[in-house]
Design a protein around this ligand. Sequence first.
Ligand code: DC
Length: 221
Amino acid sequence: MIITIDGPAGSGKSTVARELAKALGIAFLDTGATYRAVTLAALRRNLDMTDEHALADLAAAVDLTLTPTDDGTRVTLDGDDVSRDIRTARVSEQSYYVARSGIIRAVLVTLQRRLGDALGSFVTEGRDQGSVVFPHATVKFYLDASPEIRARRRLADLAAAGEPADYDAVLAAITQRDTRDRTRPDGPLVKPDHAVVVDTSNQTIQQVTVTMLEHVRSLTR
Ligand code: DC
């Protein structure tokens, strides 16, 4: 069983994907972590973030592992645990350069399919999972929420990670990431054909998970 969840930053995808995977007893694949890890590797090497070929060579050369844990995913980069370091605001912001490149996406899409093959049944989340990476998924979801609500959620995540930020700045960053995610030529954020759309704006994680579980059960019965 392959379940894809796509949607904009802060729509609740990763939390819901984890909960859904847990409820179904299958694995969770966090594809944003692959973009984040390559971004971190590039920043650590002081690469020119506009040098697409250097970034693509790096993406192909790094040894990246994603291991499911009780509370998420353990990510290692060349043996180093970077699970926390890939979540900073700087990595979020700079990941744009990695995510916009068609040649880097091709490398990471291959990696994501390999990770998926190894997992067998899984819930995956990102921007292009139902549209590009796993077009034959069993069930596809598209999660959304208003930019203001997503900004509040991101603010809370950043505060919890010890990075308090300003609401207006976070909202502006979310809006900018939305535009960038939706307008890139390769693997843009889109609602995949036949995807079930879930608006998470006024729902708790539990409510969203229950709604999605019901869909999965009705579609796979
Ligand atoms: O979902 P996230 O915030 O962890 O994503 C990090 C970056 O990777 C962000 O720039 C969007 C991009 N991304 C992508 O382009 N395609 C995916 N499947 C997942 C993430």
